[in-house]
Design a protein around this ligand. Structure first.
Ligand SMILES: Cc1cc2nc3c(=O)[nH]c(=O)nc-3n(C[C@H](O)[C@H](O)[C@H](O)COP(=O)(O)OP(=O)(O)OC[C@H]3O[C@@H](n4cnc5c(N)ncnc54)[C@H](O)[C@@H]3O)c2cc1C
Length: 398
């Protein structure tokens, strides 16, 4: 093993993409990618959308070999010795690094009393749950976030009965505006999902949930989808700054200039505040950016966040991040699809959320993303008017 390897801890979307990006940026030294999961890296988004499908591999043995990337699977990075510039593995080995990228992702949260519920993040979770998604089975999902709802949709499509319990009075409270959540709610009800909204969960076992109002819901499987927490223990133990994620600068450097962090595990600067995303595309974009930064690039990361979720035939997409919003404008996109644009007090577009079947909102969300990226005021009336091509607004900003 080279003494000057770039070592990457975490072989999810971000860590794996970063390893290949290093090569694409021309780096010819040793690259070592270390993942605690026993598989070749795979994509997580398909897990909740089609749990029965086989894994969608991000990179296999041939790809690693062709790129000259050393991939160590099934082994955890346990320690970072910053003075010696060396990491320690769970199997006792140590590996020296020249630069280290932490791409440790996030892990599902469970509230006290819910320890009996199954969490849903990894391939093994999808494989275990898949067998329960069949006619005559009853899936109980705790949490009306996007992963739980995608799983609910997959279960209904497979013919299982589904109950979703959400503490807030509406679905996806952290992700989309209420008007968009209402469309998803109607679709789930229409497809036969039993929804308990505004209902907390006191405890959950493998097959039973006790609600805050004393009622019990029984099923063949209870899955908790109540959010994730960033995997920061390794960074914290090494004395790196951590605050809702491993704190990084605009080049994804941590408080140690030889250690970088990216993806779901990091908290990065976005428009005057630090944010942490749980988004597939952000994991990839940040991997590309961090790889370039590790090799000396100094450009600051400025990508606009973008996220999607598929439930039944509906796709929802969100660009930007909700901020204090002065004005919300609705744009119809045909066939019931629509986008809500959120502008700040200066008329600057900060977020756009859309919902519709198939690709109905994709093009306009893409253009909205570019408008958000410009960070300049736009006319609300033009946003609202489906006859106005958003491209024209973009051109007006050039
Ligand atoms: C079921 C599901 C559906 C999703 N659907 C969507 C979607 O529709 N749209 C969207 O935008 N996003 C979606 N996401 C989110 C998206 O998949 C994540 O944002 C993305 O995977 C983050 O990539 P990451 O590499 O930062 O983290 P992860 O994918 O979590 O990868 C981190 C890896 O690091 C490993 N690791 C952690 N600590 C160590 C250590 N100390 N040593 C070695 N390895 C370690 C972990 O085991 C893991 O394999 C979904 C996520 C899930 C779980």
């Amino acid at each position: 093993m080279s003494t000057s390897a770039i070592v990457i801890a975490g072989a999810g979307e971000c860590g794996t993409r970063a390893a290949f990006a290093l090569r694409e940026h021309g780096y010819q030294g040793a690259v070592i990618l270390i993942g605690e999961e026993p598989h070749f890296p795979y994509e997580r988004p398909p897990l909740s959308k089609s749990p029965g499908a086989g894994p969608k591999t991000v990179a296999d043995r041939e790809k690693f070999q062709a790129a000259g990337i050393e991939f160590l699977s099934g082994v955890c990075v346990r320690t970072i010795d910053r003075a010696a510039r060396e990491i320690g593995l769970g199997d006792g080995r140590t590996i020296p690094y020249h630069k280290l990228l932490l791409a440790t992702g996030a892990a599902p949260k469970l509230f006290p009393g819910m320890e009996g519920a199954r969490t849903f993040r990894a391939l093994g979770d999808a494989q275990a749950v898949h067998g329960q998604l069949a006619p005559g089975r009853h899936l109980v999902v705790v949490g009306g976030g996007f992963i739980g709802l995608e799983l609910a949709a997959a279960a209904r499509i497979a013919g299982a009965d589904v109950t979703v319990v959400e503490a807030a009075d509406r679905l996806m409270p952290r992700i989309v505006p209420a008007e968009i959540a209402a469309i998803a709610e109607a679709e789930h009800r229409d497809k036969g999902v039993s929804l308990f909204l505004g209902t907390g969960v006191v405890s959950a076992t493998e097959r039973q949930v006790t609600l805050s109002d004393g009622r019990m819901v029984e099923g063949d499987l209870v899955v908790a989808g109540v959010g994730v927490a960033p995997n920061t223990a390794l960074a914290e133990a090494a004395g790196l700054a951590v605050d809702n994620g491993i704190v990084v600068d605009g080049c994804f450097a941590t408080s140690d200039p030889d250690i970088f962090a990216a993806g779901d595990c990091c908290s990065f600067p976005y428009r005057g505040r630090n944010v942490r995303l749980e988004s597939w595309r952000a994991a990839r974009d940040q991997a590309d950016h961090a790889a370039a930064a590790i090799l000396g690039a100094e450009e600051l990361y400025a990508a606009v966040p973008w996220f999607w979720s598929d439930q039944y035939g509906l796709t929802l997409q969100v660009a930007g991040l909700p901020a204090p919003v002065a004005r919300t404008t609705r744009r119809a996109c045909g066939n019931g699809a629509f986008i809500l644009f959120e502008q700040d007090a200066d008329g600057v577009l900060v977020a756009a959320s859309g919902i519709g079947t198939g690709n109905a909102v994709a093009k306009d969300i893409r253009l909205a993303e570019m408008l958000i990226g410009k960070g300049v005021p736009v006319e609300a009336d033009a946003l609202a008017d489906p006859a106005v091509n958003l491209k024209k607004l973009l051109r007006g900003q050039e």
